[in-house]
Design a protein around this ligand. Structure first.
Ligand code: ZN
Length: 248
C-alpha cells in the first residue's frame, strides 16, 4: 500500500529530489561511520580532524588511504543508486543531494549530484586550492603533494572542524525550496546541518517519502509522509514495481 502511495506521489510530483546518506551505500559494502560495525569503532575519528591532519598529515593520510581509497575504491553502486539514476533519466527526479562521499551516485549514472559533504573522488591542494581527480594522484608515497606547487593534498570532503562548502550548501538549499517531493534513502537525520534539509522541504510543502530499515528521527518528528520500511535495494525494487518500471 505504501509503495502504491509512493509511486503515485512520484508520478504526481513536478520536482522530486533524492536525499541520501550512509544507509544507501551499506549494501555496496561501505560501512557507516556511526553505530554498531561503524568505521569509528575501528578507527580514531581524531585522524579526520582538520587540525590533526595539518599537524600530522602522514598519520592521517595512512588511514585515509586505507578507508577512502583502498576500501571505498572497490565499491560499486547497488540497485538503490541505480534506481535514483534511472528516475532522473526518466525525468521523474531532479537530482540527488547526498551526504556520502563515495561517488556511487555518479558511478550509477546520476547527473545532478549535490555532494553536501564533498567527495573522496577529488583532492584539493591546501596551498594553491587547485582541485584534481583522486585517480590522478599517486598514493604510494604519503602525504601526496600538488604537482603544481608542492603543497599538501587533502581529499575534497569535509573533515571534522570544517564547514559545508558554500556553493553546494547554496545549491542544496535552493533545490530544497523548489522541491515538491523528497525521497530520503538511508539517512536517519543525525548529522547537522544536513539533517535539516528534509524538515525544511516539508515546511515548504514537499511530500516526504522515506526509505529506511528502522524508524528514524524523521519518522519520530512527523517529517515523513510515506515510510517504506525496507533495505534500500529491496525498497527501490518494490518502488519500481509499483511504478510499473523494469527493476533498476
Ligand atoms: Zn598546489
Amino acid at each position: 500500500m505504501a509503495y502504491q502511495q509512493a509511486a503515485e506521489a512520484i508520478r504526481a510530483a513536478t520536482r522530486a529530489v533524492g536525499f541520501t546518506g550512509a544507509g544507501i551505500s551499506v549494501e555496496s559494502g561501505i560501512p557507516p561511520f556511526r553505530g554498531e560495525g561503524g568505521l569509528w569503532n575501528r578507527y580514531d575519528p581524531a585522524l579526520l580532524q582538520l587540525d590533526h591532519f595539518l599537524a600530522s598529515p602522514d598519520s592521517s593520510w595512512k588511514v585515509i588511504r586505507e578507508i577512502f581509497y583502498d576500501f571505498f575504491g572497490a565499491a560499486v553502486p547497488n540497485a538503490a543508486h541505480r534506481g535514483l539514476a534511472e528516475l532522473e533519466r526518466l525525468g521523474l527526479l531532479q537530482g540527488v543531494i547526498t551526504q556520502n562521499i563515495d561517488n556511487l551516485h555518479q558511478d550509477a549514472g546520476s547527473r545532478t549530484v549535490h555532494e553536501f559533504h564533498g567527495t573522496a573522488g577529488r583532492m584539493i591542494c591546501l596551498a594553491c586550492r587547485e582541485k584534481r581527480p583522486s585517480g590522478e594522484v599517486d598514493l604510494q608515497r604519503l602525504p601526496p603533494t600538488c604537482p603544481l606547487c608542492g603543497g599538501l593534498l587533502k581529499p575534497d570532503f569535509i573533515f571534522f572542524g570544517e564547514g559545508i562548502p558554500e556553493e553546494v550548501s547554496k545549491a542544496s538549499f535552493h533545490e530544497t525550496e523548489l522541491a515538491d517531493l523528497f525521497i530520503l534513502v538511508g539517512t536517519t537525520g543525525e548529522v547537522m546541518p544536513a539533517c535539516l534539509i528534509p524538515s525544511l522541504a516539508k515546511q515548504n510543502g514537499a511530500t516526504i517519502i522515506e526509505i529506511n530499515v528502522e524508524t528514524s528521527n524523521y519518522g519520530r518528528q512527523g517529517v515523513t509522509d510515506i515510510f517504506l520500511q525496507d533495505k534500500a535495494t529491496t525498497a527501490m525494487n518494490k518502488l519500481f514495481e509499483a511504478l510499473e518500471l523494469p527493476p533498476p
